[in-house]
Design a protein around this ligand. Structure first.
Ligand SMILES: Cc1cc2nc3c(=O)[nH]c(=O)nc-3n(C[C@H](O)[C@H](O)[C@H](O)COP(=O)(O)O)c2cc1C
Length: 347
């Protein structure tokens, strides 16, 4: 009930500043006496009926936080208090990189959307692994942690597989599953790695390293042509891809209202997320689910705000869902709201 007010205040700040302020406030609240139990009681869904086993892992509920929200794994303790069943850290690259110059994140409130061209700003695999080791040693929670991995901007596409392998070796001990991100629009040329032979190389090299059989998923763009989706479906039948994350942000600005299309032009390049992405990402999800014949788990991402949105994804074949932009607009009770809806609709 309070969040619309809080959101109004936060939206006075730049989006990146608002993100920092929200996270610091959450850390502050959590360390007050009784703070953790207050947050848990307010925001965590306590029922056990939504737990499920996917990818061989036990998820307390199917609602996760998408990659890019906690890129450096700095906020897992407080984000888990908000009830997420799983959190995907990253995108992590081998070397630390600053990302694109600011401003690089924009709000489009009348469409409940965001545009970003962050460009994989992150502290690099070593620093992030060290932080995760510390987190693991201090916390016995049932939170599932995914490691979303990418390549450095300076790495040529033909050498990209080496970057994915470096990330894999670094993070293997500290994450529960991996996501190969070849679908961000903000690293020049990255999306070309969604091509069949490039994927075959990356996945076969990763699986050679994967002695402990950690699930390795592929995250795709919603802008792929049907023929490219067919290639990916075919590839999952030929080689070992444990699941898909569908989808990343879109380049399609026609999904915005006319005013925002003009505004978006002034913002420049970037991926669009939030409400306008829902239908488009659902279409891709349905197509993949039908093609895969239920053999490959799918984590659905794109435009989820409400329990109804989440159920639509699950009904279209998703095994798990992830939120990002919706969390900015809906606030900290979002996960609980979705879980309560799913529970009452007997998903
Ligand atoms: C600011 C921002 C940064 C993101 N960074 C990443 C990232 O580093 N890696 C990634 O795979 N996806 C990233 N994403 C994409 C989200 O994980 C998600 O797939 C996408 O935003 C669609 O979901 P949504 O409509 O719920 O936001 C980012 C999204 C936003 C808004």
């Amino acid at each position: 009930m309070l969040y619309p007010l809080l959101r109004k205040a936060l939206f006075q700040l730049s989006p990146e500043k608002a993100h920092q302020v929200s996270m610091s406030s959450l850390h502050f609240l959590a360390q007050l006496p009784g703070g953790k139990s207050f947050l848990k009681q307010q925001f965590q869904y306590q029922g056990k009926d939504l737990s499920k086993k996917v990818l061989g892992l036990h998820f307390p509920n199917p609602v996760g936080l998408g990659a890019g929200f906690d890129k450096n794994a700095e906020h897992l303790d407080v984000l888990s208090l908000l009830g997420f069943g799983f959190i995907e850290i990253g995108t992590v690259t081998p070397k630390a990189q600053a990302g694109n110059p600011s401003p690089r994140l924009f709000r489009l409130p009348s469409d409940q959307a965001l545009i970003n061209r962050m460009g994989f700003n992150n502290e690099g695999v070593e620093a992030i692994t060290t932080r995760l080791k510390k987190y693991r040693s201090q916390n016995q929670s049932d939170l599932i942690i995914g490691g979303n991995i990418g390549k450095n901007k300076v790495t040529e596409n033909e050498d990209a597989w080496k970057d994915y392998c470096i990330n894999f070796k670094g993070l293997e001990e500290v994450v529960d599953y991996f996501v190969v991100n070849v679908s961000s629009p903000n690293t020049p040329g990255l999306r070309a790695l969604q091509e069949k032979e490039a994927l075959r190389k990356i996945f076969s090299e990763l699986q050679l390293l994967n002695k402990n059989k950690k699930p390795i998923l592929l995250k795709i763009a919603p802008d792929l042509e049907t023929s490219a989706l067919d290639d990916i479906i075919q590839l999952t039948k030929e080689i070992n891809i444990d699941g898909l994350v569908s989808s990343n942000t879109t380049l399609d600005r026609t999904l915005l209202n006319a005013d925002n299309q003009k505004l978006a032009e002034t913002y420049g390049a970037g991926g669009l997320s939030g409400k306008p992405l829902l239908t488009k990402s659902n279409d891709v999800l349905s197509y993949l689910h039908k093609g895969l014949e239920s053999n490959t788990p799918i984590i659905a991402s794109g435009g989820i705000f409400t329990g109804e949105d989440a159920k639509e994804k699950l009904d279209a074949g998703a095994n798990l869902i992830q939120v990002w932009t919706g969390f900015v607009y809906e606030g900290p009770r979002m996960v609980k709201n979705i879980c309560e809806y799913l529970s009452s609709s007997h998903h």
